[in-house]
Design a protein around this ligand. Structure first.
Ligand code: NIG
Ligand code: FE
Length: 420
């Protein structure tokens, strides 16, 4: 056996039934946690026992474990899952942060060639090695903040060559650090300078996607999902639909940005074509909420963006009440510079009035569902990966309540290995 975590004060298991548990009026009763609990993880990284110390060691004696963590002053939650990041890029946009403080809007900066366009220039110029170095540093920060699975997008290339470069960087990072990565191709993140929306749509469908499919066949990259920035003045709902369907046709899950700044029917379109996840949703319609609840498409909510851009808040409480599966992500990118799901949970509670239980499920099991991985990630359950965040606290809620929560983390466990 690999790891025994013994006598934890509280273990918040989160359990698979909780995927839509928020439909229930009484979430507290369905929120599973154990007091004074012990967890055993086997050599292949799978959780095999959860119970009292006596129960577990009567089946497998403590001496049979390679490593033992005494958690008697600690609490345990599942490894956190970051459902939405743009983490491969060069340069930064601190100068735009200053412009935004003076009142410039995201779209004003975008239309003037800044924003995504600025980062595209820097990323095209950067070498693959430099991008990998930056990406690994960022993943290292995420790990320290308890993230064990992250969704990671391309999208600062907007041409075949650079999109492939970004996807290769994501691929290489998989074997160089412990966080599991779900990769998303986002060649339609913006319309490249000098191109029309329809030319860009054509380029993505006729040139970029075939080249990426080729790279997948050659074993150079793995691509799990396809993304588009479906937004008024960027990719409208109709072009977004064509692009997403072209990816779906090649076996990619649909996981895209919609209704961030303007309502344009992106959610209704996404549900119609079978989206796995839709992000942002500040401007979602009541009908969109209804359709998402019926379809099981996961809503990936990004508090950092609403905070930084002072956007209307997405109607999270209404989504939860109507039975939408709500997940969280950092949206780490040069606009929203946040690598911590701990910060995101705190913001989600305060800005959107999510309860701490709702926020933790959104940052674990439901974020795992947004990348199609809730079968093995996002909860502490028998048969799932032994991915844990262990921290010094009298009660688990401190991991959300304390704004310096990463300092409380004593161990991050990934598939039974202590990786931080
Ligand atoms: O999710 N809205 C589009 N994409 C990103 C921002 C990317 C950028 O500004 O570089 C987002 O917020
Ligand atoms: Fe994004």
């Amino acid at each position: 056996m690999k790891l025994l975590v013994k006598n934890a004060r509280q273990v918040v298991a989160v359990c698979s039934e909780m995927q839509k548990f928020l439909k229930s009026q009484d979430i507290d009763q369905k929120f599973v946690f154990f007091e004074n609990a012990t967890i055993a993880i086997d050599k292949s990284g799978i959780i095999t026992h959860i119970g009292s110390y006596q129960d577990v060691v009567s089946i497998i004696p403590e001496a049979q474990f390679e490593e033992v963590i005494d958690a008697s002053t600690k609490c345990v939650i599942p490894g956190l899952v970051d459902g939405h990041t743009h983490a491969v890029w060069a340069g930064d946009r601190v100068h735009e942060f200053a412009l935004k403080l003076k009142g410039a809007s995201y779209m004003e900066i975008h239309k003037a060639g800044g924003g995504i366009g600025f980062t595209v220039d820097k990323t095209r110029d950067a070498s693959e090695e430099d991008l990998l170095k930056l990406y690994l540093q960022r993943l290292g920060q995420m790990l320290k903040n308890g993230t064990t699975l992250v969704e990671s997008k391309s999208g600062y290339g907007l041409d075949t060559e650079t999109e492939l470069k970004m996807l290769r960087v994501i691929e290489k990072a998989k074997s160089l650090q412990p966080i599991d990565i779900s990769s998303t191709y986002c060649g339609a993140h913006s319309v490249p300078k000098g191109m029309s929306e329809s030319d860009a749509t054509k380029d993505v469908i006729e040139r970029q996607i075939p080249a990426i499919v080729n790279a997948i066949k050659n074993g150079d990259v793995v691509v799990d999902s396809i993304d588009v920035f479906c937004e008024k003045g960027v990719f409208e709902a109709e072009s977004s639909k064509q692009i997403l369907l072209a990816g779906k046709d090649k076996g990619m899950m649909i996981n895209f940005h919609a209704e961030e700044l303007n309502y344009i029917g992106g959610v209704e379109m996404g549900v119609e074509i079978g989206a796995t996840a839709i992000s942002h949703l500040e401007e979602i319609s009541d009908e969109g909420i209804r359709q998402m609840a019926l379809s099981n498409a996961v809503a990936v909510i990004l508090p950092t963006t609403a905070h930084i851009l002072k956007l209307k808040h997405p109607p999270v409480k209404k989504m939860l009440k109507e039975g939408v599966i709500v997940a969280l992500g950092t949206d780490f990118n040069p606009n929203a510079y946040c690598l911590s799901m701990l910060t995101v949970m705190n913001l989600a509670c305060i800005m959107f009035r999510m309860s701490m239980e709702e926020s933790l499920v959104a940052a674990t099991l439901n974020a795992a569902a947004s990348v199609g991985k809730s079968d093995m990630h996002g909860s502490i359950e028998l048969g799932k990966w032994g991915n844990l965040v262990i921290f010094d606290a009298p009660r688990w809620e401190h991991i959300i309540y304390q704004m310096n929560a990463s300092e409380m983390i004593s161990h991050v466990v990934k598939k039974g290995d202590v990786v931080f």
